[in-house]
Design a protein around this ligand. Structure first.
Ligand SMILES: *[C@@H]1O[C@H](CO)[C@@H](O)[C@H](O)[C@H]1NC(C)=O
Ligand SMILES: *[C@@H]1O[C@H](CO)[C@@H](O)[C@H](O)[C@H]1NC(C)=O
Ligand SMILES: *[C@@H]1O[C@H](CO)[C@@H](O)[C@H](O)[C@H]1NC(C)=O
Ligand SMILES: *[C@@H]1O[C@H](CO)[C@@H](O)[C@H](O)[C@H]1NC(C)=O
Ligand SMILES: *[C@@H]1O[C@H](CO)[C@@H](O)[C@H](O)[C@H]1NC(C)=O
Ligand SMILES: *[C@@H]1O[C@H](CO)[C@@H](O)[C@H](O)[C@H]1NC(C)=O
Ligand SMILES: *[C@@H]1O[C@H](CO)[C@@H](O)[C@H](O)[C@H]1NC(C)=O
Ligand SMILES: *[C@@H]1O[C@H](CO)[C@@H](O)[C@H](O)[C@H]1NC(C)=O
Ligand SMILES: *[C@@H]1O[C@H](CO)[C@@H](O)[C@H](O)[C@H]1NC(C)=O
Ligand SMILES: *[C@@H]1O[C@H](CO)[C@@H](O)[C@H](O)[C@H]1NC(C)=O
Length: 817
């Protein structure tokens, strides 16, 4: 395309160089005739219908006295002959004849090229058939589409895909501007409906049957069975005859064709055309919607009369309606242009004053001075034509875009509904809906029943298993341990286990049969690498992986996982006998990393021994592993327990290839299993209750035992011992002080003994004992004596000593109370 664009720019440069100012119309009175050009491929499905329609339209305009009174509309047509190069040359030749507007071109590719020329020469281009949405007004200001953009058609297709809840479509398209632009719009429209194009099959223009067969063969290898065909009317039918031979027009397939097929079907006539109707049975196609009206019927009978008179054996199609309205649009705009007093002048293009050496004689090409004014009149168009209201919105699209949706059956086609930009899919005609407020709610979308390919009335699922109906290749890991989860029985395809049971139960819930072939991975002596199995699924060596596959982030990046069928967080297991393990419950938040250094990440058959030996003897203190493994392990080993809570949240799921529709359906099935309680029943079958359930091992995980508080006890004990030691040291010190003072005042002891009644016994006893430190019994008695008493006694003794030293005159020493 780039080359063609470059060529057109080059030509524009040549053209403009020779342009010279020239005035066509005499000042004042309206011109006697105005010339408009028309560009299309005469010998094409669209062109044949459009050619007659345009001729009839020009006749009608000239016969009408209200539009362009006194001025004759003259038409100059050029054949673009389906060729970018010829189309450009023909367009330039048309410009040479000083046309003030051009109707056409028919093809989007030529539209891209010519738009550069008309932009330069300020000649409005009204295309009735270039539907490529990328032909935009912002890039080409003088381009005006008088038909519906494929942008809307692709939204209609996406609505149909969404209505039948298909998620993936294959797009077959012609590899040119029209095909690529349309499919790009389809991709966007599908994404808005949460569907997507899973495979784009481009067919080069004018491909032969071999190329088409190759493309269809590749399409058939894909999962999707919803095929949207967006090609040219003149070669498109070849695809269906090839598809019919490849048995791709059979039960299970969905074919949706864009409006090109409507042009083919409507234009077909005679028995030779009926042959291919048998190729497209059950297909759905779109047609631009044009409301029924008297003017439309009048035009159709006129068209048929002319065709009959000219011995023409093909029929009218809806592009003819748009071509007819385009002529009227131009005529009305020129009428307004002339009424406003403007004249039709041409002048040379100052921008392109350059090479004068060309022998192409393009010097007659001139710029239309009033081009901008005419364009403004065109944008103000407001009348009702045979295609409905002709008006342009701010994006220069026709208002009220709508399509008929038809279903091929027998020798004809049946209307199953409408799509309008206003209300989506409906069985009521858009004209009726425009009277009501728009209703695009899902519940309001409706189509009549469709008979699908293969004469089937049940809506096709829209996809098949990859590899064309081969059984699903399901990889199952064969492990050395935990054979309850998945293991292989006798015979290679005989796998059993908890996860297999769930998988089979979920598959049974699907509304369609899914043949499965289990492929054992691993020899049962060493655990296979689970990431490798997931990678095999991603690389299409397997279709699914079933087993104890944790749904972790780096796996979900490469494969599609179902909903988890069991929760699986990491937990810590430690021997129940060791009190230290319970104490960790308190320390858990602080030393999580520390534990990993003690622990192995995964269970093995040596696990028991390791745990029992403990870290000092080369074993481990605790194990961190996923909950289901731990559940199975604990059901057989009572002397271990879970410490604390799960500290991650994960689950196990089945892995499928990216965007596999089966993953979604199985997720729904797993949720159904969960709701019906079957998931729990399967769980209970395989995860038996611990055989030693009576003791506290079940609740040990969270209950606090006496041992849980050993730290507290230790601290208490230490404080008590310290307090006792302090107490005894103090007692001993006091006792030694006491004994010393007693020895010192032995002679005056009699007086003291007489003074205190309570202390009498102790004192009398001491009096009898001559030893200084006294016996153990004496110490105990000392300890037993009240603190206050001892202090008082000692104080009294020291004051006695003082008294004796001061003078013996005092006969009564101070008595203790
Ligand atoms: C159009 O092209 C076809 C083949 O591409 C050729 O046979 C035919 O002569 C061409 N017609 C015109 C008018 O150039
Ligand atoms: C119309 O065409 C057919 C064959 O195409 C021919 O036999 C017949 O004479 C033609 N009629 C007229 C009126 O030209
Ligand atoms: C067109 O040409 C006529 C006569 O030369 C001149 O009077 C008139 O102004 C021109 N109109 C425009 C729009 O240039
Ligand atoms: C065109 O170019 C010639 C010479 O280069 C110059 O004299 C003339 O003024 C130019 N004309 C316009 C309209 O720019
Ligand atoms: C272009 O050529 C024509 C005659 O060949 C001459 O009259 C005209 O002045 C030339 N224009 C320029 C811009 O050279
Ligand atoms: C179009 O014309 C109709 C009457 O023919 C008028 O009611 C309507 O307002 C017009 N619309 C615009 C946008 O001018
Ligand atoms: C199509 O519908 C959308 C959303 O309802 C609206 O924004 C847009 O203007 C409509 N376009 C036309 C041409 O009616
Ligand atoms: C849209 O149509 C649905 C189904 O016909 C209806 O239930 C709903 O009320 C309608 N909504 C509006 C806004 O008309
Ligand atoms: C599958 O293997 C199990 C255990 O090895 C056995 O009991 C069962 O009969 C086998 N089933 C089939 C269908 O071979
Ligand atoms: C996922 O991450 C783990 C470590 O975090 C790594 O060992 C493994 O290879 C990764 N798997 C994939 C499929 O990238």
């Amino acid at each position: 395309m780039g080359a063609v664009r470059f060529m057109s720019l080059f030509l524009v440069a040549l053209v403009s160089a020779a342009a010279a100012a020239r005035t066509v119309a005499a000042a004042g009175a309206p011109p006697r005739e105005v010339t408009v050009g028309a560009l299309f491929t005469y010998d094409s499905t669209i062109g044949r219908a459009a050619r007659l329609a345009i001729e009839i339209a020009v006749d009608d305009v000239n016969a009408d006295r209200t539009v362009l009174a006194g001025t004759t509309l003259k038409l100059m047509t050029q054949d673009t002959n389906c060729s970018g190069f010829l189309g450009t040359i023909e367009a330039l030749q048309l410009m040479e004849k000083n046309v003030i507007a051009v109707i056409g071109p028919q093809s989007s590719g030529i539209g891209h090229v010519i738009s550069h020329v008309v932009n330069e020469l300020h000649v409005p281009l009204l295309s009735f058939a270039a539907t490529d949405p990328t032909l935009s007004a912002s890039e080409y200001p003088y381009f005006l589409r008088t038909a519906i953009s494929d942008y809307f058609q692709m939204h209609a297709v996406a609505s149909i895909v969404d209505y039948y809840q298909w998620k993936e479509v294959t797009a077959i398209f012609v590899d040119d501007d029209y095909g690529r632009g349309g499919v790009s719009a389809l991709g966007d429209a599908l994404i808005a409906k949460r569907a997507r194009i899973s495979y784009k099959a481009a067919i080069p223009p004018n491909s032969n049957t071999d190329v088409i067969n190759d493309v269809l063969f590749r399409v058939n290898m894909m999962e999707s069975r919803v095929i949207v065909v967006h090609v040219n009317p003149d070669t498109g039918m070849n695809i269906f005859s090839a598809a019919k031979k490849l048995q791709m027009m059979a039960d299970g397939y969905v074919w949706i064709a864009t409006d090109w097929l409507a042009a083919v079907v409507d234009s077909s006539s005679g028995s030779k055309d009926l042959k291919y109707m048998s190729h497209i049975q059950g297909l759905i196609f779109l047609r631009q919607h044009t409301p029924e009206s008297d003017t439309k019927n009048k035009f159709m009978s006129k068209w048929n009369n002319v065709a009959r008179n000219r011995n023409i054996s093909f029929g009218l199609n809806s592009y003819g309606f748009y071509a007819y309205d385009s002529v009227w649009t131009v005529a009305r705009a020129i009428d307004q242009f002339l009424i406003s007093g403007l004249q039709i002048n041409f002048s040379k293009d100052p921008r392109l004053n350059g090479s004068n050496d060309s022998t192409l004689h393009l010097s007659t090409l001139e710029m239309f001075d009033g081009g901008d004014q005419l364009l403004q009149q065109l944008l103000l168009t407001n009348f009702t034509g045979i295609t409905g209201p002709v008006q342009f919105d701010s994006d220069r699209n026709l208002v009220h875009p709508a399509y008929d949706i038809l279903n091929v059956g027998g020798t004809g086609s049946r209307l199953v509904g409408y799509w309008s930009n206003y209300s989506g899919l409906s069985v009521a005609a858009p004209e009726i809906l425009y009277q009501k407020p728009p209703n695009t709610s899902t519940s309001a979308q409706r189509l009549y029943n469709v008979v699908w390919p293969g004469d089937s009335t049940t809506t096709p699922r829209g996809w098949v298993f990859p590899n064309n109906g081969q059984p699903l290749r399901v990889g199952v890991p064969i492990k050395a341990s935990f054979k309850e989860l998945v293991s292989i029985g006798q015979g290679s395809d005989n796998v059993t286990g908890y996860s297999i049971d769930i998988f089979n139960a979920a598959i049974k819930l699907l509304p369609y049969p899914v043949p499965c072939q289990f492929i054992a991975i691993g020899d049962g002596r060493k655990n296979p690498n689970y990431d490798d199995i997931i990678s095999m699924v991603a690389a299409n060596s397997l279709d699914a992986a079933v087993g104890d596959f944790a749904i972790v982030r780096n796996r979900t990046k490469i494969a599609e996982f179902t909903q988890p069928f069991i929760e699986s967080g990491l937990v810590i297991v430690a021997p129940a006998s060791k009190t230290s393990s319970s104490a960790w419950a308190f320390l858990k938040p602080f030393t999580l990393e520390m534990w990993f250094s003690f622990s192995t990440m995964f269970f093995s058959h040596r696990i028991c021994g390791c745990l029992n030996r403990g870290p000092k003897d080369g074993g481990v203190a605790a194990i961190v592993d996923e909950m289901p493994y731990v559940d199975l392990f604990l059901s057989k080993h009572c002397n271990f327990r879970i410490v604390g809570q799960e500290f991650t949240k994960e689950g196990w799921g089945f892995a499928f290839q990216r965007d596999s529709p089966l993953a979604e359906d199985l997720s729904t099935a797993i949720l159904q299993l969960s709701e019906s309680g079957q998931l729990q029943r399967i769980h209970d079958e395989w995860f038996s209750e611990p055989s030693c359930a009576s003791d506290d091992s079940e609740v040990g995980a969270t209950r606090l035992g006496l041992g849980s508080f050993w730290g507290l006890f230790l601290v208490c004990a230490l404080i008590c011992i310290f307090a006792l030691v302090v107490f005894f040291v103090r007692i001993c010190w006091q006792y030694s002080q006491y004994s010393n003072s007693e020895a010192a005042d032995e002679p005056g002891a009699a007086a003291a003994a007489a003074a205190a009644a309570a202390a009498a016994a102790a004192t009398t006893e001491r009096q009898k004992r001559p030893t200084r430190l006294g016996s153990f019994k004496e110490l105990i008695q000392f300890v037993d004596t009240k603190e206050a008493e001892i202090r008082r006694t000692m104080k009294q003794r020291s004051s006695d000593k003082d008294n004796q030293a001061a003078g013996p005159s005092d006969p009564h020493p101070v008595a203790a109370a």
